[in-house]
Design a protein around this ligand. Structure first.
Ligand SMILES: *[C@@H]1O[C@H](CO)[C@@H](O)[C@H](O)[C@H]1NC(C)=O
Ligand SMILES: *[C@@H]1O[C@H](CO)[C@@H](O)[C@H](O)[C@H]1NC(C)=O
Ligand SMILES: *[C@@H]1O[C@H](CO)[C@@H](O)[C@H](O)[C@H]1NC(C)=O
Ligand SMILES: *[C@@H]1O[C@H](CO)[C@@H](O)[C@H](O)[C@H]1NC(C)=O
Length: 437
């Protein structure tokens, strides 16, 4: 599996992957057609359905209009409950305070996300704060977070955005306590663990972009993924019993050509034209993979009688602009305003599936105490930040030798520091709310 086809979580391969995605999409039909096909496959209505389906469902209760931001953990249940807020909808507003950390204070930033070090000239993207419609999102408080995870093991499981988010979190926590890398597997560092001796807390990173068992596509080998939708990937699931909190991130790998199995039989494939499988879109497979995952967590934890918190981060849209088939860029330097962009199409569909599966897992878990599910809804706030990606600055001074005819861009991952830090601010608010429930 992963050991024979390790995913090189390095910039060129990420971008090659995206190019391959686009190339394969272009093989049978134009990209636009693919997109419309994807939409048609999930909805019988016309493409204009998407133009009009602009409503973003709110799954969180928005009860009050203000949020307190004390540096201590909320102890007053009534107060905390009254102040729960929908963080998923809002606007980015100017904030001169800037980030908590920089590349000097944080040693765990991946080279391709060190945008400033890599020569990104504009720094305006660092001076925005997410303002939810009904409340304020407090600035990240490393000490509060560390208190909440004392004696706990937190696992980030999924794709490279799980890694991106964990690296942001470690950078913010590093401002008050030093984490030590205690385990690392392979040169691609797909599996890593950090230990905070100050709070006996551990963070693990598990690479598993489908969550379920499978084989990832590679540039050298098979161009398609193979996924066993009903079998959870033991690479991370074997450790479920040692985990106290799991943060899940999936999405982008499902867009790639794939063959899907259930009960060891092929049920269909996506963009693998040389086989005679039924062509499927990836929405049903994504839903099944997530369902298998959440069910496995419930079953295993229920057997052990121990509790767990599971947080599913929703889809983080990519921001390629311009000619998709000619290596799009993301060169914007300011966020969109909330009214400029709605969550729609594929972004909306993936997000909806993720939220629905979490809701359904909540119902199943209700029968057993201690297993709690939550959505970390970042889709809208991420969509509004085309300026937050490394773009060309995934590489060190990409234009140092003059503007070449083609410069690779990363418009999927996020600069550190950058807008992804906000995901962890919301993560902290979820944990604070949990603490008082
Ligand atoms: C909890 O907070 C509310 C609102 O500030 C306050 O009215 C109430 O007295 C507090 N309860 C306790 C037990 O502190
Ligand atoms: C990084 O942050 C530290 C502490 O706030 C500060 O002393 C240092 O000058 C900053 N370095 C850069 C490169 O901004
Ligand atoms: C964290 O990992 C260390 C080993 O690095 C272990 O001794 C400790 O028990 C772990 N703590 C938790 C809460 O998992
Ligand atoms: C697919 O079907 C065609 C026509 O029935 C057949 O000629 C071809 O061998 C099949 N390909 C595979 C890989 O089974």
């Amino acid at each position: 599996m992963g050991s024979t086809n390790p995913f090189n979580d390095n910039p060129p391969s990420i971008i090659r992957r995206i190019f391959h995605l686009i190339l394969y999409a272009l093989l049978p039909i134009s990209l636009l057609c693919l997109y419309f096909n994807l939409f048609y496959l999930v909805t019988p209505s016309s493409p204009t359905h998407f133009l009009h389906s602009t409503t973003i469902s709110t799954y969180h209760s928005s009860i009050s209009s203000s949020h307190h931001s004390t540096s201590s953990i909320a102890k007053n249940k009534t107060y905390a409950y009254k102040n729960s807020c929908d963080y998923s909808n809002g606007d980015w507003i100017s904030d001169m305070r800037g980030p908590l950390y920089n590349v000097t204070t944080c040693g765990t930033i991946k080279e391709s996300e060190k945008c400033i070090t890599n020569g990104r000239p504009d720094l305006g993207y660092l001076y925005w704060r997410w303002k939810p419609n009904q409340c304020n999102l407090p600035r990240f408080e490393p000490n509060t977070f560390l208190k909440l995870i004392k004696n706990k093991h937190i696992a980030f499981v999924g794709d490279s955005l799980a890694r991106n988010q964990l690296e942001s979190l470690l950078c913010m926590l590093s401002t008050t306590s030093t984490p030590y890398l205690v385990y690392q597997n392979g040169k691609d560092k797909k599996f890593r663990r950090w230990h905070f001796p100050s709070h006996n807390a551990n963070f693990s990173l598990y690479w598993s972009p489908f969550l379920v068992h499978g084989v990832e596509r590679t540039n050298e080998g098979q161009y398609y993924n193979t996924m066993f939708l009903d079998i959870v990937n033991e690479k991370w699931a074997k450790d479920i019993n040692q985990m106290d909190l799991i943060v899940i991130s999936i999405g982008h790998w499902f867009l790639l050509p794939s063959i899907y199995y259930e009960n060891d039989l092929v049920i269909g494939s996506l963009n693998c034209p040389e086989f005679n499988h039924t062509q499927m879109d990836f929405y049903v497979p994504l839903r099944k993979a997530l369902r298998t995952t959440l069910n496995s967590i419930i079953e295993r934890k229920q057997d052990k009688g121990s509790g767990i918190d599971v947080i599913v981060k929703t889809f983080s849209p990519a921001h390629f602009e311009g000619d998709w088939n000619k290596a799009g860029t993301c060169s914007k330097t300011k966020p969109y305003r909330k009214e400029e962009k709605i969550v729609e199409g594929m972004d909306s569909e993936i997000r909806k599936i993720e939220i629905e599966e979490v809701e359904s897992a909540k119902l199943k878990a209700n029968e057993f105490g201690g297993i709690r599910f939550e959505v970390l809804d970042v889709t809208k706030l991420a969509l509004l930040r085309p300026d937050g990606h490394p773009g060309a600055y995934m590489n060190y001074f990409p234009f140092a030798k003059g503007v070449s005819k083609y410069v690779q861009n990363d418009c999927v991952h996020w600069c550190l520091p950058g807008p992804i830090d906000t995901w962890n601010e919301i993560f902290l608010e979820i944990m604070k709310k949990r603490e008082v429930q």
